[in-house]
Design a binder for this molecule. Structure first.
Ligand code: SAM
Ligand code: SF4
Length: 469
């Protein structure tokens, strides 16, 4: 079994940025520091993780203190996901656990995609919630909290059409070495199954100069790896006069002194152009990994999903990546059991796995969601059959990954060490291809450093190695 790695909260906090003084906060400060405490739990994707870092920054800069347990918090916040029904159910069940806390004076707030999707309905389903706020309104959180403190029972921040999402005075990053940075918010694609365009609003890109200035600050703080984020990160369209292309932005970020690795996720196949691969080839700091969700291997299903590319067009993009001068790993997302998906269409998805030989696959059973086009399509694949297809897909991928992994035995990789096991002398880190390697080393402190590790043992889903001095 893979060892459990963990990073203690204290070590993560070591790099927290100091809170600005009152003058720096400026006259527009709607709420003076309250001395309150907050507990923040996050469900969902990396963008949610990063949003939570911004929320924590906003609250810390207003004098709140972050605590590890809801018991000691005056404010309990859930940053939520609504991408699949299960994720939404999980949030409501967690909210249920906090039913009695409002009576004890604790404020319960729901943030993120479920907040945006359900809006004031959340107050109906969970009347003990006082605050509902979507991702585009996080900068308004201090004002919303001030309203609650002034006696308002329920407050909401549910705008989506704003670009105020990018800049926060302080972002309290959870990881002291790898920094997330959102460069494009929202989504203008209209995939039939997906709530994101509804919950996160239209696409808004952040000005290239603002991105670069934050990357420089991050490098000064000692971050060596940055991960540029967006639901469709490569649809980035610089709103400033310089109109920097996405691939040029990648190169400019990589040029910032102190930055050793640059990642980006998630790429939409339609906007995945060859210049991105050329950029990766020309600059080793751009990591050898592209996450390129395909969703299905069947042209008919892709059209029904409104994915705006065909199987062949997708495979052409893959061919460009596989033809790069250095090996670039490709991972993907796949949905099984979309309405109308036949057995032979599912087989085409299995065939696509063989054709691409992905380094990793995230696979999901189709889940009908509110405010999506596919909600009106009748479901033709039973839950049981979705489960069978998911298991078959995962088994096929497991075999492919085991074959990939077998080729790594004896190979050495550079890792950025990001985890330390409770077991002595055991560490973990990521390769440039984003593979996780667990390894042994007698060194006393390796977190955040780059080391060479030789693979000594391979399994279908894990790689084990030893530190090469
Ligand atoms: N923006 C990315 C893209 O274009 O692929 C991914 C966004 S979404 C947060 C991550 C993944 O969740 C999607 O790629 C898709 O595979 C899956 N997903 C989204 N909606 C879903 C639904 N209704 N049912 C099942 N899986 C879903
Ligand atoms: Fe959702 Fe499609 Fe946009 Fe990705 S591209 S966020 S799957 S609508």
């Amino acid at each position: 079994m893979a060892p459990a790695f963990d990073i203690s909260l204290d070590s993560l906090r070591a790099r927290s940025v100091a809170a600005p003084n009152a003058a720096e906060r400026g006259a527009s400060d709607a709420s003076a520091p309250t001395g309150g405490t907050f507990f923040l739990e996050t469900f969902g994707c990396q963008m949610n993780d990063h949003d939570s870092e911004k929320v924590a920054g906003v609250l810390l800069s207003r004098g709140y203190q972050q605590v590890d347990s809801p018991d000691s918090a005056s404010l309990i916040l859930y940053n939520t996901c609504s991408i699949r029904e299960k994720a939404a159910q999980k949030v409501f069940s967690r909210l249920g656990e906090y039913r009695t806390r409002q009576r004890d004076g604790q404020i319960i707030g729901v943030l993120g995609c479920l907040a945006q999707q359900e809006g004031e309905e959340i107050f109906e389903r969970a009347p003990w919630v006082s605050l509902v706020c979507g991702s585009a309104s996080y900068r308004k959180l201090p004002e919303l909290l001030a309203e609650l403190e002034a006696g308002n029972r329920r407050v909401t921040g549910l705008d989506t059409d704003t670009d105020e999402t990018f800049e926060t005075e302080i972002t309290r990053r959870d990881n002291p070495w790898r920094a997330y940075l959102t460069i494009i918010e929202g989504c203008d694609k209209s995939c039939a199954y997906c709530v994101v365009p509804y919950t996160r609003g239209p696409e808004r890109s952040r000005a290239s100069a603002s991105i670069l200035s934050e990357v420089r600050q991050l490098a000064d703080l000692g971050y060596s790896e940055v991960q540029l984020l967006g639901q469709t990160v490569n649809s980035y369209a610089d709103p400033s006069k310089s109109r920097v292309r996405f691939s040029d932005l990648l190169l400019t970020v990589a040029d910032v002194p102190g930055i050793r690795r640059v990642r980006f996720t998630t790429s939409h196949p339609r906007d995945f152009t060859p210049d991105i691969v050329t950029a990766i080839e020309s600059q080793p700091k751009l990591c050898n990994h592209v996450h390129l969700p395909v969703q299905s291997g069947s042209d008919r299903v892709l059209a029904a999903m409104q994915r705006s590319y065909s199987r062949d067009e997708y495979l052409d993009k893959v061919a460009v990546i596989r033809g790069a001068k250095r090996p670039i790993s490709i991972t993907t997302d796949i949905i099984v059991g979309f309405p109308g998906e036949t057995e032979s269409e599912f087989e085409q998805t299995l065939g696509l796995l063989d054709a691409v030989r992905y380094e990793g696959v995230f696979s999901f059973k189709y889940s009908p969601r509110p405010n999506t086009a596919s909600l009106a399509m009748s479901e033709t694949v039973s839950e049981e059959e979705k489960g069978r297809r998911l298991a078959a897909l995962q088994e096929r991928q497991r075999r492919i990954q085991a074959e990939h992994n077998a080729t790594f035995l004896g190979e050495s990789f550079e890792l950025m060490v990001s985890g330390k096991s409770r077991r002595e002398n055991q560490w973990s880190g990521h390769t440039t291809c984003n593979r996780v390697l667990n390894f042994a080393s007698q060194s006393r402190e390796l977190l955040g450093t780059y080391v060479q590790v030789r693979v000594t043992n391979v399994g279908p889903s894990s790689l084990v190695g030893e530190h090469v001095a």
